[in-house]
Ligand binder design. Sequence first.
Ligand code: IVH
Length: 667
Amino acid sequence: MSVEREIEKLKDEIRRHDRLYYVLGTPEISDYEYDKLYKRLVELEETYPELITPDSPTQRVGGEPVEGFAAVTHDPLMLSLDNTYNEAEVREFDGRLRRTLDADSIEYACEPKIDGVAVALVYEDGVLVQGSTRGDGAKGDDITANLRTVRDLPLKLANGPGGRIEVRGEVYMTRGGLEELNRRAEADGRPLFANPRNATAGSLKLLDPREVAKRPLRAWLYYLLTDTITIRTQMEALGYMEKWGLPVNPLGSLCWDIESVFEYHGRLVAERPTLPYNIDGIVVKVNDLATHERLGSTAKSPRWAIAYKFAAEQATTRVNDILWSVGRQGHITPIADLEPVELSGTVVKRAGLYNADNVEETDIRPGDYAIIEKGGEIIPKVVSVLYDRRKKDLPPAEIPTKCPSCGAKLERVDGQIGLFCRNPECPAQVIAGLAHYGYRRAMDVEGLGDKVARQMYYELGVRDVGDLYSLTVGQLAELEGWADKSAENFIAALEDSKSRRLGNLIYALGAPDVGLETARLLADEYRSLDGLKDASADELAAIHGIGEIVARSIVDYFARPDVRKTIEKLRTAGVKLEEEPPEKTVAKPLAGLTFVITGTLPGMSRTEAQDRVRALGGKATTSVSRKTDYVIAGENPGAKLEKARAVGIKVLGPEEFEKLLAGAGER
Ligand code: IVH
């Protein structure tokens, strides 16, 4: 067998097993056997790199990090769906359509509504050529390199049609995938994702496809656009997509009329907890595609579909206690400590109560029964208190007057809800601040998470981020759960953090109101922490994107003696506190002008003259045309001079040319 043949065969085989494994969940060979095929392909491609094609399964992660994403225009628009939580409105939808279409009943294609992130994919002659986000529906980001890493999505269709097709659907993560991802994040001291959808959206926005490849992204597609084949119904479209190897959710089903839609809804409500991924309702679509055309869309959503969403899952349980935690900025957050209860597949022990004002207003008390609900977040929330079930004489919750961490008197802050601890030395705040410093978007110190920050504070006397840099391997290795290796790694991670970008450092310091975006603006404007720390509020407020309140809060922050002390510690440790200005854009005073040089110039070769023009942004060509702006004539000029004169192009002698270059800023 020729090498080409073998490579083609391996690629087809691997694609088939990818589909069996990732899409259908029915693998036919062991991981070991799969790896063998894959390794053989890699080996052949390494030996014959000229035979590597972009649709090879080895080429999922091909891209280098990018600066940003290009825009992709969606035609037709990527619309969203009208949605409802109640049966009556679904009946109204059906009634409206039956009247408009003058039909007794309507056939619907029903599908689970996947709680993910919408994407569009373009295949040309069966090869994936473009993938994009929904964006605002009219324009999204080109995330082709990122989507290529999603194993569910074939780089090449199996028996796909020729020409161009577009498919749309949802990229998502399973709950298990998210747990695994969060376990890794926790171990690295990175912030956790609140839910699979956020994790998916965050992953697709990464600029480095190699990082995206590490995220457990999956996909279900449900929408097909094609000119080459005639498709009559949505169910038929799903069938085609499936046949071509695209991931189509198996729960899609044809419903003869609106009653069977409700049966379908009931089935999915029951099935929902057993699915490994989140769905938040069903999508009811008119099955007949010609009817889609007839009905059309409003500005926001098609008239032929509706999302019938599930009510959020709720549970009733007892509030054992109300705990108060202290955030990085001193915000005091109440948390309900619950009698453990199962809610959408997990055991819940805590629920958020937002803030002290909410506790007062709802009068929730330890010992009360409450209804909790899981929205998209990890921590469920208390949605209502069952006052009827309250035992007589249950004492009200005690709203703390002192900080549970440091004992300082709690205060209210103008314009903000709830209570605050205003002691900058409060252990809870310092610990949260240390962990924040280590976050990836901040100084990216691997290993510096909440738990480690706590150890640093209580066992090594670390009181601010500056102190981190005087820690030694010896000190760390003695801590519980640490060893020489982990201590060395941690010191190396700190060393590495010294050269982060100024914007990350500013964000890492954790000034109130300064998120990463604002921090980057400040870094661009000041280029050094010293410049920033002495800036006035007026100066700051003049920066586009920074308002007066934030400006004031930045000035107050940098005026604090403890903050100044921290900055000095960072300086002494060798943390980079400034950033070089971006490379100056060289002035291009001759941009847009075209020169032709003819004859001999004194003391300068023609190439040199051309280079000097180009260095100033001008264009140097060899023939005179209507596009020529100047002809530079030296000794013994040729016919070019005559031509220039004939058409009225400006002619300069050698001296005038020198003057022009000097005037254009050449040094
Ligand atoms: S059809 C033109 N089908 O829900 C209408 N959408 O809230 C195209 N979604 O933007 C949407 N599962 O991102 C459709 N089976 C499904 C879906 C689905 C999830 C998302 C989609 C849409 C959003 C609307």
